[in-house]
Design a protein. Structure first.
Length: 353
């Protein structure tokens, strides 16, 4: 857990009617929500996601549901009556007064005993002014301590000019890779997969940092894919630590690059040939500019991994990383034909050479 986030929220939760909100920012997939929830116990927070909410009244209803589920049930009943009456038409329609009922309840029942978290600030359907106005309402009028979570760089330019009036402090989140690794592994059902991943924890985390993708979602998917790959391997494969280190490194690095959008199917096809062709052109035209293949660009980030490694064949990588198909026979065949597992008495002379 990032100490600056935990320490500041520990300070903020002790403030009574602070008069300002706190903004938590960070790139996509860096684990902003996870870190905030880890820093605050469940009994210290009310959590509301703004994702998909289209009106201010919907936001108030979501807050109401979080602060007092019993009152939220009343709202559901009122909504049901309103919709039924509206279908009946005429004077029975309650649709117009439902928001008034909700707002009256919210004004009366807002609790400031915990930190109110508004997540997905940039993904709401409300106008930006309405989003900030809602936060200001709970800060200024209800004396709430409010934490807003957002990737604020994608919000409109006006947000930069107005956020200083509302947010008294901004914390930029960085991915907490070790904590996330443990959290993702804890969800695995197969103990053998967990042991395999823990054995290669340092390698995987090192590759993730080298990849500079920053998205913990990509790390999670890579770990899941490694689990699928592990299930296919035989004991002879798993006992060969050098081969497993090479396999985990190659598979993880390419997996992260594909998921980050840095490599496509075409980049995985003919990996060795395209790299050698680039080197030949670069040396034959020392004064000319030769465009680097994406595979070469990606490979420059990994000091210990050769992305041209043929431990897993090109077509096999395309099946796994692009199509999501893990064909047991093909994967084992590819590994068994590598220098780690090839049997001299069964190998063709060219393979031995």
């Amino acid at each position: 857990m990032a100490s600056n986030l935990k320490d500041y929220l520990a300070y903020y939760i002790e403030c009574e009617s602070p008069g300002y909100a706190v903004l938590i920012t960070g790139e996509w997939g860096t684990g902003k929500t996870f870190q905030v929830k880890q820093a605050l116990a469940e009994e210290e927070r009310y959590y509301v996601s703004l994702y998909g909410l289209q009106t201010v009244d919907e936001v108030h209803s979501a807050v109401l549901a979080e602060m007092d589920p019993a009152l939220a049930k009343v709202r559901e009943i009122v909504d049901g009556i309103g919709n039924t009456a509206k279908d009946a038409g005429g004077l029975l329609s309650l649709g117009a007064i439902v928001p008034k009922i909700t707002n009256a309840i919210v004004r009366k029942e807002v609790k400031a005993d915990r930190i109110l978290i508004f997540d997905d600030l940039e993904r709401s359907g409300l106008d930006l002014d309405d989003r900030l106005g809602v936060i200001n309402l709970y800060v200024e009028h209800h004396g709430c301590r409010v934490v807003a979570i957002a990737h604020d760089e994608i919000l409109v330019d006006g947000f930069q000019r107005t956020k200083e009036k509302l947010f008294g402090h901004t914390i930029k989140i960085k991915p907490q890779v070790n904590e996330a690794f443990s959290e993702f592994c804890s969800s695995l059902q197969e103990s053998e997969n967990l042991e395999f991943l823990e054995t290669h924890r340092a390698e995987i985390i090192g590759l993730f940092i080298s990849s500079r993708v920053n998205s913990l979602r990509i790390l999670r998917h890579t770990l899941q894919d490694l689990g699928r790959l592990h299930d296919i391997l035989e004991n002879d494969h798993l006992k060969n630590s050098a081969a497993m280190t090479e396999l985990v490194g190659l598979f993880s690095a390419l997996n992260m690059e594909v998921r980050a959008g840095n490599l496509s199917e075409d980049d995985l096809r003919n990996r060795s040939e395209s790299s050698y062709e680039y080197e030949f052109q670069r040396h034959s035209q020392p004064n000319g500019e030769v465009e680097k293949p994406k595979l070469v660009v990606a490979g420059e980030k990994y000091a210990t991994i050769d992305l041209r490694n043929n431990l897993l064949q090109d077509s096999l990588l395309i099946q796994m990383l692009i199509e999501g198909r893990y064909i047991q026979e093909r994967i084992r065949e590819s590994l068994n034909s590598s220098p780690h597992f090839i049997k001299i008495q069964e190998a063709s002379p060219w393979k031995l050479v």
